[in-house]
Design a protein around this ligand. Structure first.
Ligand SMILES: NC(=O)c1ccc[n+]([C@@H]2O[C@H](COP(=O)([O-])OP(=O)(O)OC[C@H]3O[C@@H](n4cnc5c(N)ncnc54)[C@H](OP(=O)(O)O)[C@@H]3O)[C@@H](O)[C@H]2O)c1
Length: 338
């Protein structure tokens, strides 16, 4: 069996493919043959040692995979061999096989492809958790989405539209204008335009109801300023810490230092709310399972339709990650382990 290994902190060239022997299953565990593994921006940050909650090096990354159960451990009742599943691996998903305890395994209907299934967990799950579960987003509201052309960005816009939200502003690199507009968003060039002004312009001067911010640092305060009275800001990433394929301590430190300190008493005056969101640290698995059930239903009803940028053979994982560092992806990037 083969798996991808992050050998040490470094650029994509520090990634290696290693052989491994399958381990024995314990009680309540299943073995899953992987077809697709999602690459998340967090995987790039982990490789650079900028993530904070990954295992010690060397380790195998990979939060979300889709595949088929090939073996059941003792005591497993609700799952079967041959069943198609998503596994929220936490780590270790970039692999031909994984062993997972049953509470991390979610069955998927036959009508959902392995590609689509590998986007549901982190990518759609995060957008859904923020806007629907925490934000109680309603038809007619307005939303600001950063990295609008990426994995979570494209998932978020589809979830908005499925719920009747059409006033959506999306920031991205200039080369993605056409793509972002084709998804039904008002495009904002992240490097050349002031998204706060655009948000005000698009909402009769009031500001947006929801802003999802994966950038962090001083960018967070700008997203906060783009909100209306009663608006909600979701802080769920720190891409400002990353400047290229290799770690840059200076930009990571700058991002951390420039992160605003919000004062609840001042927030009170404008009824604004801020959520910190980290799906990898969510305690309530029942909440997550219910998100997955809702999203699987939306997928089957054609209300969402994952945009897959590209699928790379796992041996090409370094190139796939470089593609994301180069800001070239439009939608989700997947690894093929089939
Ligand atoms: N908290 C959570 O639980 C959680 C879960 C999922 C994702 N996230 C966060 O959400 C964000 C999006 O994640 P994703 O996995 O869907 O990735 P993604 O958006 O597909 O990531 C790649 C895109 O990020 C943008 N970007 C911004 N700064 C960048 C940089 N320094 N280097 C390369 N690209 C950069 C680029 O688009 P443009 O140049 O067009 O902006 C690029 O195409 C990430 O910050 C991630 O950490 C958080």
């Amino acid at each position: 069996m083969k798996k991808v290994v992050y050998t040490k902190i470094g650029g994509p060239n520090s990634i290696e493919i290693h052989d491994f022997e399958p381990v024995e299953l314990k009680h309540d565990e299943v073995r899953v043959r992987i077809f697709r593994a999602g690459i998340n921006f967090a995987d790039l940050m982990m490789r650079q040692g900028l993530y904070g909650s990954n295992p010690d090096f060397p380790f195998t990354p990979g939060y979300e995979v889709s595949g088929e159960i090939i073996e059941l451990g003792e005591g497993v009742e609700r799952l079967e061999v041959g069943q198609r599943v998503i596994v929220m691996t936490g780590f270790g998903g970039y692999s031909e096989q994984v062993v997972a305890s049953t509470n991390r395994v979610i069955p998927i209907p036959d009508s959902i492809s392995y590609d689509a299934a590998a986007t549901l967990g982190v990518t759609y799950g995060t957008a859904y958790h923020m806007l629907v579960h925490l934000g109680n987003m309603r038809k007619g509201e307005s939303v600001l989405i950063h990295h609008a052309a990426g994995g979570v960005g494209t998932a978020a816009v589809q979830i908005c539209q499925a719920l009747g939200v059409t006033n959506i502003i999306g920031t991205a690199s200039s080369s993605k204008r056409e793509f972002v507009e084709s998804l039904g968003m008002r495009f904002v060039d992240r490097d050349a335009e002031d998204f706060v002004m655009v948000c005000k312009d698009m909402t009769n001067g009031k500001g947006v109801h929801h802003a999802i911010d994966p950038v962090g640092g001083k960018h967070l305060m700008r997203s906060y300023k783009a909100l209306r009275n009663g608006g909600k800001l979701y802080c769920f990433g720190a891409s400002a810490a990353v400047t290229g394929p290799k770690r840059n301590y200076f930009s990571a430190f700058k991002m951390w230092r420039s992160t605003p300190k919000f004062n609840p008493l001042i927030m009170m005056n404008s009824n604004k709310a801020i959520f910190g969101v980290h799906m990898g640290r969510m305690d309530e698995s029942t909440v997550f399972e219910s998100h997955m059930m809702d999203l699987a239903k939306m997928l089957q009803q054609g209300k969402i339709d994952p945009i897959i940028d590209s699928v790379w053979r796992f041996e090409k994982v370094a190139d796939a990650q470089q593609h994301m560092h180069d800001r070239k992806n439009r939608g989700k990037v997947l690894l093929d382990f089939s």
